[in-house]
Design a protein around this ligand. Structure first.
Ligand code: NAP
Length: 302
């Protein structure tokens, strides 16, 4: 079966947060959720780009609503401020519910740089920022029936290895290695989160998704990849389907990893995706959780 936008169930009454919602897959997912009736908080780091994205969705007169909230995942202070303000403002709007958190924002192979807290940018934004955000929003997720967390991984997770020392920036920066590591960490986090939620009887589900090869700004630091994606990549609307399946499909279950069904999972429609053995290393996943708690100062489900 080809699962498409038409298969997304009605979302009215539901509240979603999508990080990195001003562009690419995040924008497409936020738009689709709003068109289906959800209240969507488009969590973006840049006010101007965020406002433009919100205006673009609003101009389509969605059945739901969109609003902008600022978050810079490269700053734990900003992540905390976002969560505090969501808790403070959200409760007045819809009794403080949060049905869906989409951990989507990401950077790939940027020039060597660090987050405000001193972490290598890719592990900091893609993984540690979302780890902290999820923990800070867990109370409100737990107060909402059948809520979900969807975390974006990548085919790149298959080549990843966790090297805790490199979280502070390796002496010899290898941008691909850091990206692969960050996306492996995201997948391990999504699976470990599901285990911990289940073990403690929470009604929150954690799933992961990847968009195969999708033509977005993500490839901007590599010309060859940009060119390849412009020929082979899916549109952002199609690339967002695995995320939307994980986020809304009633048959989807916690612990699942969703990606495109086609050859090598590069293109196609949502289906169960292959999880590398390394992502199922439970001992390493526990260590990763402990390290993330220590580095972010956000402790939950310990
Ligand atoms: N495209 C693909 O083929 C592909 C493949 C595998 C996985 N993915 C994953 O899919 C997700 C979405 O990527 P995309 O392809 O849609 O890329 P994109 O078009 O570059 O969008 C990335 C989004 O993340 C935001 N972002 C970056 N750094 C941030 C920060 N510090 N704080 C908050 N937001 C930040 C960006 O904001 P700005 O616009 O302000 O930079 C943008 O909104 C990523 O997690 C990526 O790893 C994509």
């Amino acid at each position: 079966m080809r699962w498409t936008f038409d298969n997304i169930p009605e979302q009215s009454g539901r509240t979603a947060i999508v990080t990195g919602a001003n562009a690419g897959i995040g924008y497409a997912a936020a738009r689709a959720l709003a068109m289906k009736g959800a209240r969507v908080i488009m969590a973006c780091r840049n006010r101007e780009r965020g406002e433009a994205a919100v205006a673009r969705v609003a101009a389509e007169q969605p059945a739901g609503s969109v609003e902008l909230a600022i978050i810079d995942l490269a700053s734990l202070e900003s992540v905390r401020a976002f969560a505090d303000s969501f808790e403070a403002n959200g409760s007045g709007v819809d009794n403080g519910r949060l049905d869906l958190l989409v951990n989507n924002a990401g950077v790939m192979i940027p020039p060597q740089s660090k987050t405000a807290d001193g972490f290598e940018l890719q592990i900091g934004v893609n993984f540690l920022g979302h780890f902290a955000l999820t923990g800070l929003l867990l109370d409100v997720l737990a107060r909402t029936d059948d809520s979900r967390v969807v975390t974006l991984s990548s085919l790149a997770h298959r080549g990843g290895r966790i090297d805790f020392d490199s979280f502070w920036g390796a002496r010899h920066y290898k941008p691909w290695r850091e990206y692969q590591q960050s996306k492996l960490a995201c997948l391990m986090f999504a699976l470990e989160l599901q285990q911990r939620l289940h073990a403690r009887g929470f009604q929150v589900s954690s799933l992961a998704a990847h968009p195969g090869g999708t033509k977005t700004d993500l490839q901007r630091h590599n010309r060859a990849l940009m060119w390849a994606m412009s020929l082979l990549g899916m549109s952002a609307d199609q690339g967002a389907l695995p995320t939307l399946f994980a986020a809304t499909e009633p048959r989807a279950r916690g612990g699942e990893y969703i990606g495109p069904h086609g050859i090598y999972e590069i293109r196609g429609y949502p289906t169960a995706a292959k999880i590398a053995a390394r992502a199922r290393d439970t001992e390493m996943s526990r260590r990763l959780w402990d390290v993330a708690e220590k580095h972010t100062g956000v402790r939950y489900l310990s």
